[in-house]
Design a protein around this ligand. Structure first.
Ligand SMILES: Nc1ncnc2c1ncn2[C@@H]1O[C@H](COP(=O)(O)OP(=O)(O)OP(=O)(O)O)[C@@H](O)[C@H]1O
Length: 479
């Protein structure tokens, strides 16, 4: 494993992302616009004027890199047992799992003293004999990766020199992240060999792969296992689908994962892990995973209880801008996020505010993951007080210190109706942990007003009118 550890360490993600430009698929090179967001080009392409949305794989990577350790949660677990022969129990210590000593040493060397909530329940099932299938869901940072990596390492029979464990990730960078965890956890097990099955990794056509664990992206895995037959898919005993929601919901990945799944042995242990599962994705997962134990960590309920909500009537975009000018002094006392619908609006607003001498950060979909990290780091460290963004700042990315959220554009679905879930998610960023927060909605036109009213009705919480031309009203926001 030593070479492998070194390799993983050498491939520190920050540097990687820097060199590589994130790709949504190993075979597609996304062309990125690295030019400064403030330079809104004269000829604007469609992407800029369409609603800006987050790429789930990029978001996962961002969340992983931003994550600073285990998220402690008091949320309850929801467990469904499809196989009546697999009694469920939980462990309070890693010793209780009866792991190989070297593996336990690796866990402690990583600074893990006790299992996290999801690990307590998942690990006994993951390590059980006979092997049990699992579909697990819990929010980012709760210890899923560490759990399945431990299962992967503990299942390897080092006497057999062929791949026994496959772990699929949606992107190169996410695969490397998982590999790094495996390398660290297995650092005292030099006999366990791992290999990345990602672009740039090549194997001679006439050679067989002898490593025990393959971590990679679906395309490369299919090439190696099916097209070039560099290993025997039927000999795989553990199959892990990480970021299962992204994998299943992304067309290309979906097909490739299904093909891999079909080539596997019936007895292969199937483990699906994800931070979220849409209903369809969960239904699909249940369809292809036989008798799974399903573990879900109940979602933290975002609430509007601690949030004062306002709306400001504006004539047009300029009117909205004036409203922001008027409240700038107030919003920049703490930290504020301004949400726009499109990259174009975000860019326009940022350039206007910048030219008026305000210091603002911008985060939109045309930035690389590395650029987004830099923007978030600056904002989180308080260097910039105002962050202008789109829906690309999607759920899961936590910025605790936000006190005001401004909806420059109210969130709407493709039919133009109020998107209440996104509204809750956006403004739920403020007013957390019992602190009070403020949400200001800039409303122009009847359609927009109707959206605002629909949101008010949906949550049964008043959204009060705010006149940003009135000093008294503005003072009201801060109190
Ligand atoms: N039992 C533990 N004790 C202490 N730290 C832990 C434990 N398990 C995991 N961690 C640490 O917590 C962080 C989050 O863990 P992990 O990456 O496994 O979570 P995750 O649920 O897979 O998150 P994501 O969905 O972002 O991949 C990591 O820094 C990891 O090293």
């Amino acid at each position: 494993m030593t070479d492998w550890v070194k390799k993983a360490e050498d491939q520190e993600v920050a540097k990687l992302v820097d060199q590589l430009q994130i790709q949504s698929d190993e075979n597609t090179f996304a062309t990125r616009n690295n030019s400064c967001i403030y330079d809104v080009p004269a000829t604007k392409n469609n992407e800029e004027s369409e609603p800006d949305v987050a790429d789930p794989a990029e978001t996962s990577l961002l969340i992983k890199i931003l994550g600073k350790g285990l998220v402690n949660t008091k949320l309850s677990l929801d467990i469904q047992q499809k196989n009546p022969n697999s009694p469920l129990h939980s462990v309070k210590t890693f010793e209780a799992l009866h792991l190989k000593e070297e593996l336990l040493k690796g866990i402690y060397a990583m600074g893990f003293n006790t299992p996290s909530k999801i690990q307590e329940t998942a690990l006994p099932t993951l390590l059980a004999d006979p092997p049990q299938n699992m579909i697990a869901q819990s929010q980012s940072g709760t210890g899923k990766t560490a759990a399945f990596v431990l299962a992967m390492l503990s299942r390897v029979n080092v006497k057999l020199n062929h791949p026994q464990v496959l772990c699929l990730s949606p992107t190169y960078e996410l695969a490397i992240q998982t590999g790094e965890v495996a390398a660290r956890m297995g650092q005292f097990c030099p006999e366990i060999k791992l290999r990345f099955a990602v672009r740039g990794e090549e194997v001679e056509r006439n050679q067989k792969i002898t490593e025990h664990i393959l971590i990679g992206t679906p395309g490369k895995m299919l090439d190696w296992g099916y097209k070039f037959r560099l290993f025997d898919m039927k000999k795989i005993s553990v199959f892990v689908l990480d970021e299962a929601d992204v994998m299943i919901a992304t067309q290309g990945h979906h097909d490739q994962c299904l093909r891999i799944h079909k080539l596997l042995n019936q007895q292969c242990q199937m483990l699906f892990f994800s931070a979220t599962y849409d209903r369809e994705v969960m239904d699909f997962a249940k369809l292809i995973v036989t008798e799974p134990t399903i573990i879900r960590l109940n979602r933290e309920q975002e609430s509007l209880d601690n949030i004062k909500q306002y709306y400001v009537k504006c004539k047009n975009e300029e009117g909205k801008y004036n409203a922001i000018q008027n409240i700038y002094g107030c919003i920049s006392i703490g930290q504020a996020i301004i949400f726009c619908h499109t990259r174009r609006t975000a860019g326009w607003l940022a350039s206007k505010m910048t030219s008026d001498g305000h210091s603002v950060a911008v985060l939109s979909g045309d930035l690389t993951v590395e650029q987004r990290l830099a923007v978030l780091d600056r904002f989180r460290s308080g260097l910039q007080k105002v962050l202008i963004t789109t829906n690309v700042l999607s759920r899961g990315i936590d910025i605790e210190q936000v006190t005001i959220v401004v909806n420059f554009d109210l969130p709407v679905d493709i039919r133009g109706n109020a998107d209440c879930e996104t509204y809750l998610h956006r403004i739920g960023r403020t007013g957390r942990f019992g602190k009070s927060g403020i949400a200001i909605n800039l409303v122009s036109g009847d359609k927009c007003m109707a959206v605002c009213k629909a949101i008010e009705k949906h949550f049964k919480k008043d959204i009060h009118i705010l006149n940003t031309d009135s000093a008294d009203d503005i003072e009201k926001i801060g109190n």
